[in-house]
Design a protein around this ligand. Structure first.
Ligand SMILES: Nc1nc2c(ncn2[C@@H]2O[C@H](COP(=O)(O)OP(=O)(O)OP(=O)(O)O)[C@@H](O)[C@H]2O)c(=O)[nH]1
Ligand SMILES: [Mg+2]
Length: 290
């Protein structure tokens, strides 16, 4: 069989995580309309007859402004170093920009076989898609595929292209495993996702979520204790919301999704904590598990 690790890279917000979820067929990575949603390399595993692809979702590559930003870019570099192939995701609704060109240059330098995906085709006209593919074609990568990750449209050709590029090898994970992500991490990410869509401006970047404890209690209720970490006192109020509305609504939404995942009732215990300017503090980033 063919198998290997495939890094999914691109600028922030182009739909990398959505694409990983579409290819895996279940949600393993959170997504949001805010750039820099992904902060960890999340592995999503696709096992089909004759092939296992370990997709490594990565944070969007960008010009870093904080210690966290630098760490995210390093994560992407590390993932590329271990990759057998690369999915380079472009946003079909946007023109190819300096950020895309920078990434293309790095990938060409590395020489790892690369499939370019022009994503969000459901939002872009045919002309625009053709133009983007033609322009990207000058980079001379292995293959070019237009797709809509959101609608899971045209994902099969992406897997077919990867199959042609991956080496012969064993399966790394048992069939039916969608991710190697620890449960607590996925829960923390799901909680963060529900807050991201409710927060504006810089606050999404200032929010980290840590699950401290998962405990099965009497009557099969699973109690999950999580900390929402923000950088300033003023942000604490925003995360809680007027009369506790944001905390309550986002919390309820996360709880329902985790309950569906676990097939059990969940008690989600959320607390908000201020860690001053944690994004600028490498030690704190480490302690937050990032
Ligand atoms: N219409 C449409 N929207 C999409 C598609 N793919 C992703 N999106 C949306 O684009 C936004 C960003 O998607 P993500 O998957 O979080 O993007 P990302 O590249 O992982 O972003 P970062 O992790 O921040 O780098 C979300 O609102 C998605 O729903 C698509 O094919 N069509
Ligand atoms: Mg992402």
């Amino acid at each position: 069989m063919r198998s290997g690790f495939v890094s999914v890279v691109g600028r922030p917000n182009v739909g990398k995580s959505t694409l990983v979820n579409a290819l895996v067929g279940t949600k393993v990575a959170i997504t949001s309309p805010r750039p820099q949603t992904t902060r960890n390399t999340v592995r999503g595993i696709v096992t089909v007859p004759g092939m296992q692809v370990v997709l490594v979702d990565t944070p969007g590559l960008h010009r870093p402004r904080t210690a966290l930003g630098e760490r995210l870019n390093r994560l992407v570099e590390g993932s590329l170093a271990e990759a057998d192939a690369v999915l380079f995701v472009l946003d079909a609704t946007q023109e190819i920009g300096p950020g895309d060109r920078l990434i293309a240059g790095r990938l060409a330098e590395a020489g790892t076989p690369t499939v370019v995906v022009s994503n969000k085709t459901d939002l872009a006209g045919a002309d625009r898609i053709t133009l983007q593919l033609a322009e990207a074609g000058e980079w001379d990568f292995a293959a070019y595929v237009p797709a809509s990750a959101l609608l899971a449209e045209n994902t099969a050709p992406i897997l077919a292209e990867l199959e042609a590029l991956l080496p012969e090898g064993p399966a790394f994970f048992p069939e039916g495993t969608p991710t190697d992500q620890p449960e607590e991490l996925l829960f923390a990410e799901l909680v963060r996702e529900k807050f991201l869509s409710r927060l504006r401006d810089e606050l999404p970047h200032s929010l980290a979520v840590v699950v401290d404890d998962v405990e099965e209690q009497d009557h099969g209720v699973v109690r999950i204790s999580a900390r929402l970490v923000v950088e300033r006192d003023s942000q604490k109020g925003i995360v809680i919301g007027k009369g506790g509305a944001v905390l309550r609504d986002a919390g309820a939404e996360a709880r329902r999704e985790i309950e569906a995942l676990l097939g059990a009732r969940v008690f989600l215990d959320l607390r908000v904590k201020v860690e001053k300017d944690w994004q600028q503090r490498p030690g704190m980033i480490e302690r937050l598990g990032l």
